[in-house]
Design a protein around this ligand. Structure first.
Ligand code: NDP
Length: 336
């Protein structure tokens, strides 16, 4: 059956301005790091993407290496895109990144001009696109001059292969330096993509302040701490089909007694607001005025719908924030 997007798709989603740019992003965006690889069900992928767009999610985030195997998420996304979303390309913000290991040899990772621009061409080919909306340097490269890495992003924008430039996993200082260089080349730095959740509060130290001052947006990844801030593991066991069971990025050992104590306390606070734990976790990251969008993953339509329903909840009160604070523990779980 051909896909026809829902007529009411813009009725309930909220959009925020990305820093001082003209670009609006949905408060919740969908990432394809997991669940869109070789082994994942194509019909579930199709259903998640269609439902997301029908509910106003206009932004899909990818990277060269998403899968597994690396590149397969872009390839699969390209198939869904051509079949379902070709008519809606101008309603979509599609991002990709280069920075982590992608191919053999000295030019397959980090921040050289050679790697970034070759990788962008490969990503466009895999997705069947002429351009992406946002192209990111996926991580800061301490061994390549920032001038070179930003030069490659500027070339991507000037050549029309990307509309905007972004950085991910750059700290406050690196972000300011990147912005300065990009601006000297006539390209604004649109956005930073840091990790941020109740269990990783690194961005609060100085990154959010810097982004606010510099007028740069932010889209925060793993706001559900890869599922730890959902009901997935609250019973203390690891469900067979969960990320902790399937994937080395989240280890069963993270379901510790200490984790369970805080996750259960947060779950109770959520219940007191009529929310699920995942909804509380999303309300919490979205309370930050410098956060443009919360970048979630979902392995089912049900998870996606539950997460998007967050946007109809009331804002967190000062009282609720105080209750959450002792349980929003930075570093409680392992980093990626
Ligand atoms: P989340 O923290 O949102 O974790 C998503 C996972 O949590 C899902 O796959 C699912 O896991 C579980 N989950 C989600 N919703 C629910 C729910 N309502 N109930 C129960 N379980 C739920 O984000 P991700 O870690 O997936 O990251 C999101 C995106 O951020 C990525 O796709 C990518 O685009 C980006 N990212 C960027 C990085 C970077 O370096 N720039 C690094 C990492 C991510 P399960 O499989 O167990 O069902």
């Amino acid at each position: 059956m051909g896909y026809q997007a829902a007529d009411n798709r813009y009725e309930n989603m909220k959009y925020r301005r990305t820093g001082k740019s003209g670009l609006l992003l949905p408060e919740i965006s969908l990432g394809l790091w997991h669940n869109f690889g070789d082994k994942d069900s194509k019909s579930t992928q199709k259903a998640i993407l269609r439902r997301a767009f029908d509910l106003g999610v206009t932004h899909f985030d990818l990277a060269n290496n998403y899968g597994p195997s690396a590149g397969s998420a872009e390839k699969n996304f390209g198939v869904h895109l051509a079949r379902d979303f070709a008519a809606y390309r101008d309603e979509l913000i599609i991002s990709t990144k280069a920075g982590y290991n992608m191919w053999a040899g000295p030019y397959g990772e980090w921040g050289s001009r050679k790697y970034l621009l070759s990788s962008l061409d490969q990503s466009l080919q895999r997705m069947g696109l002429d351009y992406v909306d946002i192209f990111y340097s996926h991580r800061y490269d301490p061994n390549t001059p920032l001038e070179e890495t930003m030069g490659a992003l500027a070339t991507a924008v000037h050549s029309g292969k990307a509309l905007y430039a972004g950085v991910s996993n750059y700290d406050a200082q690196q972000t300011s330096a990147a912005k300065k260089i990009l601006e000297s080349k006539g390209v604004p730095l649109l956005i930073n993509q840091p990790r941020y959740s109740m269990f990783d509060r690194t961005a609060e130290a100085s990154l959010f302040d810097t982004l606010g001052l510099e007028g740069i947006g932010s889209i925060v990844f793993s706001p559900l701490a890869q599922g730890l801030l959902t009901n997935r593991y609250l019973s203390g066991s690891v469900p067979k089909n969960s990320r902790a069971a399937k994937n080395h990025f989240l280890k069963p050992t993270e379901i510790s007694a200490e984790y369970l104590e805080h996750a259960k306390a947060l779950n109770e606070i959520a219940a007191g607001r009529g929310q699920s734990l995942s909804q509380l976790a999303l309300s919490w990251v979205l309370r930050q005025p410098t956060v443009t969008s919360a970048l979630i993953g979902a392995s089912s339509v049900k998870q996606l719908e539950q997460n998007l329903a967050t946007l109809s909840s009331p804002k967190l009160s000062l009282e609720e924030l105080k209750l959450i604070e002792p349980h929003a523990i930075h570093g409680l779980v392992l980093k990626r």
